[in-house]
Design a protein around this ligand. Structure first.
Ligand SMILES: NC(=O)c1ccc[n+]([C@@H]2O[C@H](COP(=O)([O-])OP(=O)(O)OC[C@H]3O[C@@H](n4cnc5c(N)ncnc54)[C@H](OP(=O)(O)O)[C@@H]3O)[C@@H](O)[C@H]2O)c1
Length: 247
C-alpha cells in the first residue's frame, strides 16, 4: 500500500542546492512540509524555502556543519521546535573531494567518514528518537559496488554508509523503513561543466547522463513504498552492473 506524503514533515540534509534541493522541492510538490538543512549555502536555502512556500507548503532553513555531531543534534532540536515531529528523513548532504589511493590522508578519510557516514547515522538516530514511525532515504553512490580511484576517501565513507543503511533497516524495523538511492552520472562535481559527465557516459549501459528528476522520482517511490526496507535503487542507467568488482 502506498504511504501518503501529503501532510508529512521531512528533513532534507544538503537541501539548499543541487540534488538535495530537487528532493526538497519534489517532497513539497508531493504535499510535504520540508526542513531544508544547509551548511554554507544560506542564501540558496532561504530561496528554496521561499520556493516551497510558493507551492503552498511550510518550510524552514536550518544550518549545521555535519562534521560536528553536536550540530547534528542541534539541527534536530531546531527542526522539532519549528516543524514539530518529522516523519521523513533524506540524508543527501555529502562531500566529494578528489583523493587517490597513493596519497589520501588520514584527515581526508576522517572527514569523509564524518560527513558521508557518521553524520547521516547520527541524524538517523536523532530522527528515530523523536517519532514513533517513519521513513529514511540515504544517498549512496553507484560506485559502492566497486571502486573510485579518483575519490578514495569519499568512496570509503559511502561504502561504510551502505553498511550502516542495511544495519539501520534491520535494527529499526518494523517502526522505520530505511532505503537508499545510489545515483550515477547526474550532476557534474562543483566547478565542473557538463563535459565532465559526457566524457564518462560511455561506461553507462543506457549511454546517457541522468537528471535530478530521475533521482527524486526514486526517492519519492521509496518513501511511498510501504513494504520496502533495506532496498537500494540504482539511479545510474545500469552503471553498477559494470562497476561491480571492477578495478
Ligand atoms: N551529483 C551526482 O551526480 C551524484 C552521483 C553519485 C552520488 N551522489 C550523491 O547524491 C547526493 C547529492 O549529490 P550532490 O552532487 O547534489 O551533492 P553535493 O553538491 O556534493 O553536496 C550536497 C550538499 O552537502 C552539503 N555539505 C557538504 N559538506 C557538509 C558539511 N560539512 N556539513 C553540512 N553539509 C555539508 C553542502 O551544503 P552547503 O552547500 O549548504 O554547504 C552541499 O550543498 C550526495 O550524497 C552525493 O554523494 C551524487
Amino acid at each position: 500500500m502506498a504511504e501518503e506524503l501529503r501532510g508529512r514533515t521531512a528533513l532534507v540534509t544538503g537541501g539548499a542546492r543541487r540534488i538535495g534541493r530537487a528532493v526538497a522541492l519534489a517532497l513539497a510538490e508531493a504535499g510535504a512540509d520540508v526542513v531544508v538543512h544547509y551548511n554554507r549555502s544560506e542564501a540558496e536555502a532561504r530561496e528554496a524555502v521561499r520556493e516551497i512556500e510558493r507551492l503552498g507548503r511550510r518550510a524552514w532553513a536550518v544550518p549545521a556543519d555535519l562534521r560536528h555531531e553536536q550540530e547534528v543534534r542541534t539541527l534536530f532540536a531546531e527542526a522539532r521546535r519549528f516543524a514539530g515531529p518529522l516523519q521523513v528523513l533524506v540524508n543527501s548532504a555529502s562531500t566529494f573531494p578528489p583523493s587517490t589511493f597513493a596519497e589520501f590522508t588520514r584527515e581526508e578519510l576522517i572527514e569523509s567518514v564524518e560527513v558521508n557516514a557518521w553524520a547521516p547515522l547520527a541524524a538517523a538516530r536523532c530522527f528515530v528518537g523523536q517519532v514513533e514511525a517513519g521513513a529514511i532515504v540515504n544517498f549512496l553512490d553507484t560506485r559502492v559496488v566497486g571502486y573510485d580511484w579518483g575519490h578514495v576517501a569519499y568512496h570509503a565513507g559511502k561504502t561504510l554508509f551502505e553498511l550502516f543503511t542495511r544495519e539501520m533497516a534491520l535494527r529499526w524495523a518494523p517502526r522505520f523503513r530505511v532505503n537508499a538511492v545510489a545515483p550515477g552520472l547526474i550532476l557534474p562535481p562543483e566547478g565542473e561543466g557538463p563535459e565532465y559527465l559526457e566524457r564518462l557516459k560511455g561506461g553507462v549501459p543506457l549511454e546517457r547522463v541522468g537528471a535530478a528528476r530521475d533521482v527524486t522520482d526514486a526517492v519519492l517511490f521509496l518513501l511511498r513504498a510501504s513494504y520496502l526496507t533495506g532496498q537500494v535503487i540504482w539511479v545510474d542507467g545500469g552503471r553498477h552492473l559494470l562497476e561491480a568488482k571492477r578495478g
